[in-house]
Design a protein around this ligand. Structure first.
Ligand SMILES: NC(=O)c1ccc[n+]([C@@H]2O[C@H](COP(=O)([O-])OP(=O)(O)OC[C@H]3O[C@@H](n4cnc5c(N)ncnc54)[C@H](OP(=O)(O)O)[C@@H]3O)[C@@H](O)[C@H]2O)c1
Length: 266
């Protein structure tokens, strides 16, 4: 049977690297996009005998996006699944960030995913088949303090997926926004420094109520989306995402706002 071809952006590290390696062990033909030539060289060696191949891809470049897709299509005949994973967070007071910082994060987290969708779309349309998975975030469905620019970029990515879904459905192309809450990296050295104390450290009960998501859980969800002939357009993952989005839905806005202010002011 033909191996499904998956292209994942931001495959050089973190979640993207884990998903790429896991999908390869599960019988997918994986292309892991990355912008650093050094990492391409390093991972080409590491992945020599695996079904995962690094490919030059800086998602802020139209040319990189189209070249990478064209190369894969030439080699494999098409791309079955695009995972828009590359992205980063900006945390802290907006006073410390410039308009250029804001434009940069939009260029990667939102426009970068748009570039990738534009690049794969003609080939998926021709085949009348394709899946696009956007890794958004809890910060793409809830606007939380200290994350204004990151939230804006992920809300915009959410909106992109929700709107485009209707345009591409007639070509049997499915878009899913996957919004994970906080993820625990298996490599603890990758722990990111935050300018504020995370809510889980202010209220220890949250550590129990809202355990971190794992890379493994997210990868399993991605596989289930790939195997679903009619996947949902929105998947919210993690106890933190599920609890907070449910609370926001049922609480009056004034109560929700007070709660958020209280947690942040602690
Ligand atoms: N970690 C969490 O708790 C969490 C929660 C919810 C959602 N997410 C989302 O999950 C995704 C992966 O996060 P992560 O925690 O794995 O982050 P990460 O370890 O920082 O990895 C991000 C990846 O994106 C790549 N990237 C950044 N800018 C790029 C560009 N211009 N072109 C191509 N690749 C670029 C990075 O490449 P380099 O190696 O070259 O920098 C890296 O491979 C992100 O979209 C993030 O917003 C994360």
């Amino acid at each position: 049977m033909r191996k499904k071809v998956v292209l994942i952006t931001g495959g050089s590290s973190g979640l993207g690297k884990y998903i790429a390696e896991s999908l390869a062990t599960k019988g997918y033909r994986v292309f892991a996009g990355m912008r650093s030539k050094k990492k391409i060289l390093l991972l080409s060696k590491q992945w020599r005998n695996k079904s995962v191949q690094p490919i030059q891809l800086n998602i802020t470049s139209d040319k990189d996006c189209f070249d990478a897709v064209e190369k894969i299509v030439k080699k494999e005949g098409g791309i079955d699944v695009l995972v828009n994973n590359a992205g980063y967070a900006l945390v802290g007071s907006f006073e410390n960030h410039t308009s250029q910082d804001f434009q940069d994060i939009l260029n990667v987290n939102t426009v970068g995913s748009f570039r990738m969708i534009k690049a794969v779309f003609p080939f998926m349309k021709k085949r009348k088949d394709g899946k696009i998975i956007n890794i958004t975030s809890l910060n793409g469905v809830l606007a939380l303090p200290s994350f204004a620019m990151y939230c804006s970029s992920k809300f915009a990515l959410e909106a992109l997926g929700l709107s485009l879904k209707h345009e591409v459905a007639k070509y049997n192309i499915h878009i899913t926004n996957l919004a994970p809450g906080a993820i625990q990296s298996p490599d603890h050295s990758q722990k990111k420094e935050m300018p504020h104390k995370p809510a889980r450290e202010k209220f220890l009960i949250l550590k129990i109520l809202m355990p971190f998501l794992t890379y493994k859980k997210i990868t399993e969800k991605i596989i289930s989306i790939i195997n679903n002939s009619n996947p949902p357009v929105e998947v919210i993952m993690g106890a933190d995402s599920l609890i907070t989005t449910s609370l926001q839905r049922v609480l009056p806005r004034s109560v929700w706002d007070k709660m958020v202010s209280y947690v942040w002011s602690k």
